[in-house]
Design a protein around this ligand. Structure first.
Ligand code: NAG
Length: 195
């Protein structure tokens, strides 16, 4: 009788525990967690990433009564970067993509770099977006100009004309007077040239 009672107590005590059950085994690629065997409901476990990996997400999780994990499992991300890729018409100098190393971008002739030339691998990510190599626009040539147009634009010429007009005025001559005197000179010369 006593034995049966003890047996009953043990069963009553065990059933809720076994009913509660455990959660699916945790998973963490490139890392480890604190549990060794099956994890019971309400138990918490912690996560740690291997060297050169960074934990993204929560570093702990709890087995819930519905046998799910909360918060969700983290992931372990490499601290090193992948190949950063080439911009069109460009390349980079540097072979080391490990965390902390730098590379430098260059563009082909006739292209100039827009963006960040020097990039560093910081915990698995390149420090800036890929730069772009843009075609250099040929310096826009000024509209063709005749010598005359150039002369008219010249400030020297403007000054010369102004001072000439000023001198004429100072001598009491107008353009008409000047023209007349030139006509006279021309007539004189013509007369002299006649046989
Ligand atoms: C989990 O992360 C917290 C901060 O987010 C930190 O204080 C704690 O030490 C970490 N625990 C473990 C086991 O890494």
């Amino acid at each position: 009788m006593f034995f049966r009672f003890v047996c009953y107590l043990v069963v009553v005590w065990l059933i809720p525990a076994s009913d509660a059950g455990h959660c699916p085994d945790p998973v963490l690629v490139n890392g480890e967690f604190s549990s060794l065997g099956p994890v019971n409901v309400n138990d918490k476990i912690t996560f740690k990433c291997n060297e050169d990996y960074i934990l993204k997400g929560s570093n702990w999780s709890q087995c819930l009564e519905d046998h799910t994990w909360m918060p969700p499992f983290p992931i372990c991300k490499s601290r090193h970067c992948g190949h950063p890729g080439y911009p069109a018409h460009g390349c980079f100098k540097g072979e080391d993509f490990t965390s902390g190393s730098t590379i430098t971008y260059y563009c082909q002739e006739k292209y100039h770099l827009v963006g960040t030339r020097d990039q560093q691998c910081v915990d698995g990510e390149w420090s800036s977006p890929l730069p772009v190599c843009e075609l250099i626009q040929e310096a826009s040539k000024p509209a063709p100009q005749t010598e005359c147009e150039k002369a008219l634009e010249s400030e020297e010429l403007c000054k010369a004309i102004k001072s000439y007009m000023q001198r004429l005025q100072e001598n009491g001559l107008t353009m008409e007077d000047l023209k007349y005197s030139l006509e006279m000179k021309k007539a004189e010369l013509k007369a002299k040239m006649l046989p």
